[in-house]
Design a protein around this ligand. Structure first.
Ligand SMILES: C[S@@+](CC[C@H](N)C(=O)[O-])C[C@H]1O[C@@H](n2cnc3c(N)ncnc32)[C@H](O)[C@@H]1O
Length: 282
């Protein structure tokens, strides 16, 4: 799959998605179940962080829904009092096999914003681990930013210069970089998933959105801050060598982006597929 991770023109994938929008509803049962004694809807969120995605999802599902978040670091977990009782957060490294008792348990396995933590070589084994969690007929949904296509605008701003430095570093990493998993839909298809599809949008589509503009820009800003700090930890690049350099660049970006002098753009991708009801794709 390595050669298929990036299409030369990512917007083509978007056009394909627009032509056939997914109609996924988490509230519909996805597995083969009987009317009597059917198990509750169950969702796993991988790399859950604070568990915010599950906390947001909880009110949209019956209170019997099983909402399990997994992360290899428990440091960010919301306290029990700050989450609904059916949201459980647990320690697990998704690069290692999940315990057998979790296999085949979930109607939906969701991943968001994990790509920054991954090496290119890791995502296929990680995906294989995630597949073990799915019930036959269960859905896998992965949404993430495209680390290879960040841009700052206008080109004359310091923000644009910092983002292009980040992209030069990204390119210098070759296969160690973290592209979004374009090609995951094709991998799903080879693993017996049905209706696997890739969709996405450019965050610039939301630059003028009354409510989404700010959170979208903040999300990207957070990713860039983590990335710049990561470059320093890896030994530095060009004039970004110390934590002070990173702090200075971050402050420059804050100054420009907070007043709207500079804006950030990238692709945000989403891949969804359904494990076959016959139990293939594990
Ligand atoms: C950028 S945060 C995203 C958090 C959350 N998904 C969200 O969208 O709010 C990435 C999370 O993935 C976790 N993570 C990274 N690698 C992981 C792994 N191999 N197994 C489990 N969690 C991992 C990190 O600890 C971090 O909490």
């Amino acid at each position: 799959m390595a050669g298929t991770i990036y299409p030369p023109e990512p917007h083509r994938a978007l056009d394909r998605d627009r032509a056939s929008k997914p109609t996924f509803k988490v509230s519909e049962r996805t597995s083969t179940t009987t009317k009597n004694g059917q198990p509750p809807i169950s969702v796993a969120d991988i790399g859950t962080g604070t568990g915010i995605w599950l906390v947001d999802l909880a009110p949209k599902l019956p209170p019997t829904a099983r909402l399990d978040g997994f992360d290899f670091s428990m440091s960010k977990f919301r306290p029990v009092a700050a989450r609904p009782p059916n949201v459980r957060l647990m320690e697990a490294n998704a690069l290692k096999p999940f315990p057998a008792e979790l296999h085949g348990q979930y109607d939906l396995v969701h991943v968001r914003l994990l790509v920054l933590a991954l090496r290119t070589a890791s995502w296929e084994p990680l995906f294989a681990n995630l597949c073990t969690l799915l019930r036959p007929g269960g859905y896998h949904l992965w949404e993430d930013v495209d680390m290879a296509n960040f841009k700052g605008y206008p080109a004359t701003t310091k923000t644009a210069g910092i983002v292009s430095q980040m992209m030069r570093f990204h390119a210098s990493q070759g296969s160690r970089g973290q592209p979004y998993l374009i090609g995951l839909d094709q991998l799903m298809a080879t693993k017996g998933f049905t209706d696997a599809r890739l969709g996405g949008f450019k965050t610039s589509s939301y630059w003028n959105h009354p409510t989404l503009s700010r959170p979208t820009q903040r999300m990207m800003f957070t990713v860039i801050v983590a990335y710049l700090q990561g470059i320093v930890q890896l030994g530095g690049f060009e004039d970004l060598l110390t934590t002070e350099d990173a702090a200075r660049k971050i402050a420059e970006m804050i100054k420009e982006t907070e007043v709207g002098e500079a804006k950030l753009d990238t692709w945000y991708w989403r891949t969804i597929g359904r494990r076959s009801l016959e139990g293939e794709g594990r």
